[in-house]
Design a protein around this ligand. Sequence first.
Ligand code: SAM
Length: 642
Amino acid sequence: MDPDFSYYSKRFQMTGSLGDVYKTLAGLHSPELRFSYVRDLLKEHSMLPTELVQPCVEVVFNREMTDMVRRIGNDHFRCRDYVAALNEYMKCVVGTEPGTVQHAYALANRSAAYFHLNRYELCLADIPRAIKSKYPTKLLYKLYERAGHAEYNLGRGEKAKFNYSECLKRLDDGVMTAEQRSRYKKLLKECIENCNGLEERNFPENQPSIEQLTGGRHPFIPALSKLVELKCSPTMGRGVFATEDINPGDVVAVDEPYISGASPHNSLLCHYDKCMKLTCSIIPCPNCSLVYFCGEECMQKANEDGHTLECPIMFSINSLPGDTKLNQLAIRWFVREYFKLNFVNYYVLVKKLLENNKEPMVRGFSDSHVYSSENFATAFSMHCNEKEISMDLLLFYFCLGAVMSEYLMISGIDIPNRYLNTIGASLVRMLLILDVHCRKLTVISPCIPAQMTKRSSVPTAYSLYPTIYLFNHSCDPNIRGSGNLSDRIRVMKVIQPIPKGSQLLMSYGVDFKEQNKETRISELSDLFKFNCECQACVENWPTNRFLPNRLTSLNLLNVNVAGTVGKECKKFMELTANESFKQAPSLHLNFLYDFLKLLFCNVKRPFKLYENCVTWISLAHTLVSIDECELSDLINKLKNDL
Ligand SMILES: C[S@@+](CC[C@H](N)C(=O)[O-])C[C@H]1O[C@@H](n2cnc3c(N)ncnc32)[C@H](O)[C@@H]1O
């Protein structure tokens, strides 16, 4: 369902005051005055909350429902369909209350499914969790036996022995005949014997490999390569330009998000914002059950980073109109800063930033002239369309900011009255920044790439990248996200030659090959409020179907190389028609780069083979390295979640 951004306007319309509200809001120019006006208005109409929203019962499955899901899981398990079983057990883990026997069963079952899928580390992680969550004493021996086998399979003899011995100790609690018990003991003793002389085996984790910036780090913008500079472009404001020739395959940006959030109820992603790992081994927060972690360590780090403060108001935030993921992300961002800085420092800093009279070229740079994605001031200075968006949306975000700050105060967070308007306005600014960069600009968000979904890519999280934000848009981009697109760290790679002095341009989600000019212009102006000035729009390039695909005197820039170009075009067509190429285009990147360069210098664009080659290079730059067993049904589930 699309978010409803007219919720507050509709309510003022019903009271007949909407026209006056818009007029007054438009006449107020400082964000603090606007916040104060909207807050008073909400108070006057009794629209400010007076208490927190309590969890609704449906959030946690009822007992019968969980038992039923577990039974379905057990049926799959008996049929040895461990992936399907895992999916059902996952639902039970997420849907049961931590600390209950049901939760313990769900974790124990999940560990069994992992065991049979040879995911021993994940299996082992769930066992102590199940024990902690009141797993029945009479069944404990089973968990220790499984832990022993998992450690054994990992080649860790001492740990395996320890678990087998624990299992032996607990056998007397188990319900079985004396004969069964003695047979069991004999088997366990054999297992212990077999542990001697084991060698540890490595099951490599899918660690994202972080690529190095070509040419090294830029001295003042550490997430960019040294081969670029920030300059004012004639039609697009600030932009990133090449200071040397840059080639396809070069890495021009490696950016870490300032803040990240998962889509609500996304139980396949660790919600700790410095992790965001896509995994099925998830545990819910024991207090709100609304956010999930890949393990206790991330849960603890998230609590230290502010989750303990957002936790009591999660239900209230989720009940607000608009886009829930964005509302959650804004609160996360706010509480993190507010408590890191303490409120007086926070107030002083945001007051200065809200006034923002810095010259556009130096916006986001620190006093020591550094533009770093790690700086609050950099993230907070990102463009937010405040002057261009409709009154409707502006009123919506001011109302939302006022209601959110009220929830924070009800939950016990101290916002002194004299600071309230500035602090509230800062929360609205965060909402507006996230609206543009996380809700509308989703192409750079962590996602499951199109290769896996077989359709378009599916975003799994929403992340704010302050340095990538510096790139302007083109419907014919010369850089794109590369590597593991589900990773939170975004690597931008060059996909077309960029001569010295030219601008580096990414796509904000539209491409000249797929949509015609009118559609692109309307999409970009709706979402981002600008008229696209890229070459494809200015020259009105045709879409894919109408692209010229033959070399003629009209598109050949240098007739002397006609023979070579013709020969290479033939080679390219033969290669790309080949099934083995389609399976692994990255093995042919050097050929693709050389071919593209040849066409870049000698053929007028747009030209079908050039555009196809760019597409193949983009595809070859992206990796699909998510574990298959974890991902079998994940994509469908994700789609339902989003
Ligand atoms: C994410 S920011 C890019 C950095 C920005 N130019 C700056 O000065 O900081 C997006 C803004 O840049 C401008 N912009 C980006 N791509 C453009 C394009 N193709 N045509 C016109 N303006 C563009 C628009 O003003 C847009 O709102």
